[in-house]
Design a binder for this molecule. Structure first.
Ligand SMILES: Nc1ncnc2c1ncn2[C@@H]1O[C@H](COP(=O)(O)OP(=O)(O)OP(=O)(O)O)[C@@H](O)[C@H]1O
Length: 229
């Protein structure tokens, strides 16, 4: 389980996270939702130890985050961070050399699934194709947890369908997934749990199926209550 407990973050004296607490469970897809600038990406970076916090605690399976845990948690940022001159094949080799958790068979499967050409250069990829390769780099790691920042951004509707397929396939399996997205409609049926952010903390935390069956509400209905009131 990823436990985020009472985290506070300030950027240049301005409070961005103000006591956010939640958990991410294995075997569930959890979606972190909030308006622009709510602090979603900051939370993902904080879990990865990429941005210092003012206070609060983050534990991965009971352990504080440190570099050894990079083998159990994959972070897929909202853009591809590899050098533009690199070929996709070189990017895959780089990942294989860098991560013990790299699963070359799964990488190959994902490259085929997304119809990616290994001989292309990263700098020549369209935005959507780059996003697919970014997903390959994250999902081909055999990790317990995957964090994804806006995996649907800039992707056409057919490719979104492909990515959504990945979410419900063996490529995700029993992992704990935490994602941020503004495209709730695309993933509503795939998400197990929703966390709604407001004023730097989590104001609603619910199992989507439960709120659907007990209150007849979709995630978007709850979002309207929270953000339009
Ligand atoms: N490095 C930084 N320096 C200063 N302020 C920052 C920095 N990174 C983020 N911020 C600010 O922190 C706030 C939260 O940013 P963050 O990117 O976490 O929001 P978000 O919820 O992911 O937004 P979006 O939905 O637009 O991607 C924003 O006001 C942003 O301007």
């Amino acid at each position: 389980m990823i436990e985020v407990v009472d985290i506070h973050k300030r950027y240049r004296g301005r409070s961005v996270l103000n006591g956010a607490s939640f958990t991410v469970e294995k075997g569930q897809i959890t979606c972190l939702i909030g308006i622009n600038g709510a602090g979603k990406s900051t939370i993902l970076k904080a879990i990865m130890g990429l941005t210092p916090l003012k206070s609060g605690t983050i534990r991965i399976d009971g352990q504080p985050m440190d570099k050894n845990l990079y083998e159990s948690i994959a972070f897929i940022p909202d853009h591809l961070t590899m050098p533009p001159g690199m070929k996709l094949s070189e990017g895959l080799r780089f990942m294989q050399d860098f991560y013990q958790s790299w699963n070359a068979n799964r990488a190959e499967e994902l490259m085929k699934f997304f119809s990616l050409d290994q001989t292309e250069r990263i700098g020549n990829l369209s935005k959507g194709t780059a996003a697919k390769f970014n997903l390959v780099l994250g999902l081909a790691q055999d990790t317990e947890y995957v964090l994804m920042d806006e995996p649907f951004s800039g992707i056409d509707m057919f490719s979104r369908g492909l990515i959504a397929e990945v979410f419900s396939s063996h490529l995700i399996e029993d992992r704990g997934v935490l994602l941020t997205t503004h495209e709730i409609g695309e993933v509503e049926h795939l998400i197990d749990r929703a966390l709604l952010m407001k004023d730097g903390s989590i104001c609603r935390d619910f199992q989507c199926e439960q709120i659907r069956s007990e209150e007849g509400k979709s995630i978007v209905d709850v979002m309207r209550e929270v953000y339009q009131s």
